[in-house]
Design a protein around this ligand. Structure first.
Ligand SMILES: Cc1cc2nc3c(=O)[nH]c(=O)nc-3n(C[C@H](O)[C@H](O)[C@H](O)COP(=O)(O)OP(=O)(O)OC[C@H]3O[C@@H](n4cnc5c(N)ncnc54)[C@H](O)[C@@H]3O)c2cc1C
Length: 427
């Protein structure tokens, strides 16, 4: 039975005001933590604590200094750049406790790369990852990260079943989805010291878009766990989580598809989105199942050509291309490269329906782009990495040009990187 009230507990090991966490003050070590991937200028700190347990986190927060928790510092907002706070790195909270058929219980400092490797061994899959796999699980929860496959899998929020959070007082909350739900206007948190804190639900309304990282989550009757997911470390430090996982891993096929006309590409995207949704609804094993659709506009394609990225990666961008799509097609887990090539070539058992890959090729043909497509079939990691390298080369190309412009034109030139989320119909 859900309640709007929760009792905090003391951290395992207890809070000791004089516990004396080891604070790293070596300027050479601190220098490596002064900026995140936003390269926001002016970062400074004079201390870094590498927590190894819940009590370390509680001791630090319980003290009088402002604290900034960080994961891999891959934030693109400057949120993981210290502005005088003591840094709390979760890099040593990196244990994976348990993997079951549908969940994984782990500490906040596990990287997505390590999580993926452990899940791969167990045959499980955690899909809502940001594009950067070096990010820590705690960081992805704190930012409600959402990667290219948000279209199919939603954001990190939908995959978080439980978290442990150390509050600024040093008290700890064990939050499990569905257990603490807002009543009329909020929640009640009862501290270990006997006081009660009333936490109101934010009163604004969130825009209805698939991906959203700005501001605290807000909804009538919301779950308290959702207030912490996406709160960017402002409400407490996440030390552990239980995440939902899928029992099997799909085989992935990537396709780089250049189009001569933007509107034709958008019409193709609309068609794919509709077909994918049909497949999810009907569970057709041969249906087209797309998890990610990314696009590079004409200027991106020019940058790739200018830098020779297309040639270096053996990717064909025909002259006159106005846009290119990078599509991720999901196929049954047992799909091999050999079978995929057979399907693309049109081979199939007599009487059997066309497989998803064959259907996909027919769509490409109907859109007039089949000849120009580059495909990485499941298992062809080398080709997949080349297609992904083409995508990654775009921001790298911009960064290089910014660097050159700073030197040659004006040192005040900065790049502002941000995700702009719009409903597909408004693209
Ligand atoms: C190449 C590249 C690609 C990216 N692609 C995507 C993408 O597709 N989608 C996307 O959403 N983001 C993306 N990002 C941004 C970034 O990777 C994500 O926001 C990621 O979730 C941040 O994780 P992190 O461990 O690096 O956290 P950090 O950057 O270290 O921290 C981010 C914020 O979370 C807080 N925080 C960190 N750990 C904790 C904790 N344990 N408890 C409480 N608060 C904490 C920090 O204080 C900070 O406010 C990308 C970044 C790069 C560099």
């Amino acid at each position: 039975m859900p309640s709007s009230s929760i009792q905090a507990r003391a951290p395992q090991g207890g809070v000791k005001a004089d516990a004396g966490n080891h604070v790293q003050r070596d300027p050479d070590v601190l220098a490596g933590f002064l900026e995140d991937a936003a390269h926001f200028p002016g970062g400074h700190t004079d201390g870094l604590v590498a927590a190894t347990c819940e009590a370390d986190v509680a001791n630090l927060l319980h003290g009088s200094l402002p604290v900034l928790p960080v994961g891999a510092q891959s934030s693109l907002t400057g949120g993981a750049t210290p502005m005088g706070e003591v840094l709390l790195t979760t890099s040593r909270l990196n244990r994976i406790f348990k993997i079951t058929s549908d969940s994984v219980h782990l500490e906040a400092g596990v990287t997505l790369t390590d999580l993926d490797a452990a899940l791969r061994n167990a045959g499980r899959y955690y899909p809502p990852t940001p594009t950067f796999m070096g990010a820590f699980v705690g960081g992805t929860i704190a930012t409600n990260a959402a990667g290219a496959a948000t279209f199919k899998y939603g954001t990190t929020r939908e995959w978080v079943q439980a978290i442990t959070v150390v509050l600024p007082s040093g008290d700890v909350l064990d939050l499990e989805r569905g257990r603490v739900m807002a009543d009329g206007d909020g929640f009640e948190i009862r501290s270990t010291a006997g006081s009660t804190m009333r936490v109101p639900v934010p009163s604004y309304r969130l825009p209805q878009v698939a991906k959203l990282s700005a501001g605290y989550f807000a909804a009538t009757g919301m779950d308290l766990i959702d207030l912490f997911i996406g709160s960017e470390g402002t409400l407490g430090v996440i030390t552990e989580a239980r995440l939902r996982v899928l029992p099997t891993r799909p085989a992935l096929c990537l396709a780089f598809v250049p189009f001569a006309a933007r509107l034709s590409a958008l019409a193709f995207v609309r068609q794919l989105r509709g077909l994918a949704r049909d497949t999810w609804r009907t569970k057709d094993p041969h249906g087209i199942d797309i998890s990610a659709i990314e696009h590079m506009d004409v200027r991106c394609l020019e940058l790739l050509r200018e830098d020779g990225v297309d040639v270096a990666n053996g990717v064909n961008i025909p002259a006159g291309s106005d846009i290119a799509l990078l599509l991720t097609l999901e196929l049954p887990p047992d799909m091999t490269a050999e079978r995929a090539f057979d399907e693309i070539g049109g081979a199939r058992d007599p009487g059997a329906p066309d497989g998803a890959l064959r259907r996909f090729c027919r769509l490409l043909d109907a859109a007039g782009v089949l000849e120009d497509v580059d495909i990485a079939v499941p298992g062809d990691l080398a080709r997949a990495n080349q297609l992904l390298a083409v995508r990654e080369a775009v921001p790298a190309a911009v960064n290089q040009r910014i660097g050159r412009a700073k030197q040659a034109l004006d040192s005040r030139i900065e790049k502002t990187a941000a995700d702009m989320i719009v409903p597909f119909d408004r693209l």
